[in-house]
Design a protein around this ligand. Structure first.
Ligand SMILES: Nc1ncnc2c1ncn2[C@@H]1O[C@H](COP(=O)(O)OP(=O)(O)OP(=O)(O)O)[C@@H](O)[C@H]1O
Ligand SMILES: [Mg+2]
Length: 249
């Protein structure tokens, strides 16, 4: 049977100049905070920006950005709520905060539905927040964004995180998805780090480091998008996005 969603997804993605997948092998390295803050920074620089939270089991973007409104049904599809200019869609908004016992094929279906139904309209950037690892969410979205997709691989200056990030780089290269570069989060500021070594080893650009900021950690979820933009975290990320060639002014 023909799956009409495939055509719809392709049509929707044709209206989006660049899809930026925020990925990284290990959990808790800061992918969601980076995806959400990058969306805010790109929107502040007058880019039409969307955020798609594809972490089906541990969605975080809505908590980070303080988004609660459900998407609105229209003839165009589901119109996502907007925060600081960023159009935000997450499974958390569709499932109204309830956990979803999804696995395997069902996860692929949900990713496809979200891509097919969300009416982002014309966008310069769509940031995609992914769960850790190289599972259904990454593989499904990668299939659709081969032309206009790039990946930011997030890691920390630990050998544990870097070992898993290497696997993500290998998988992305084999699909292939273009890798914009490696971002080291929670950095201690040393001149050398396993993340830099990984970038050199894999022939991928090292985009820079974001320092660990104890104060920030306790603020996440309590501050809104505008306050998040004025953190040192956002400032460091802004340099990284510029280095990766994103339109940040
Ligand atoms: N540079 C940083 N300094 C301090 N805390 C940070 C920093 N980056 C992220 N955090 C904190 O680390 C925790 C994990 O961040 P986040 O949820 O963004 O990681 P993740 O990679 O998306 O996790 P998951 O793999 O579960 O999706 C959060 O509490 C976040 O506030
Ligand atoms: Mg996350």
């Amino acid at each position: 049977m023909v799956d009409y969603r495939e055509k719809l997804v392709e049509k929707r993605l044709r209206s989006i100049s660049q899809v930026v997948m925020v990925t990284g092998g290990k959990g808790g390295v800061g992918k969601s905070l980076i995806a959400s803050t990058a969306a805010l920074l790109l929107s502040r620089s007058s880019n039409r920006t969307g955020l798609l939270d594809l972490d089906l089991h541990g969605p975080s973007s809505c908590f980070i950005l303080g988004v609660k409104e459900a998407p609105v049904e229209s003839e165009e599809g589901l119109v996502p709520p907007v925060v600081e200019g960023v159009k935000v869609m997450s499974i958390d908004l569709l499932a109204r905060g309830k956990p979803l016992p999804l696995r395997g094929h069902a996860k692929e279906e949900v990713v496809k539905e979200m891509l097919a139904l969300t009416a982002y309209g014309e966008l310069d950037y769509l940031l995609v927040d992914l769960p850790p690892g190289t599972g259904d969410e990454l593989l499904t979205v990668s299939r659709y964004v081969r032309v206009n997709g790039v990946a930011l691989v997030v890691t920390t200056p630990t050998q544990l995180a870097v070992n898993v990030a290497r696997k993500v780089v290998e998988i992305l290269s084999s699909i292939p998805v273009r890798i914009a570069g490696i971002v080291e989060n929670m950095s201690g500021g040393g001149a050398t780090s396993p993340s830099r070594d990984l970038a050199r080893e894999m022939g991928v650009e090292f985009l820079g480091s974001i320092p660990y900021d104890l104060a920030l950690n306790s603020l996440v979820g309590k501050i809104g998008g505008r306050e998040l933009l004025s953190t040192n975290f956002a400032e460091s990320l802004s340099y990284i996005l510029k280095k990766a060639g994103f339109k940040i002014t």
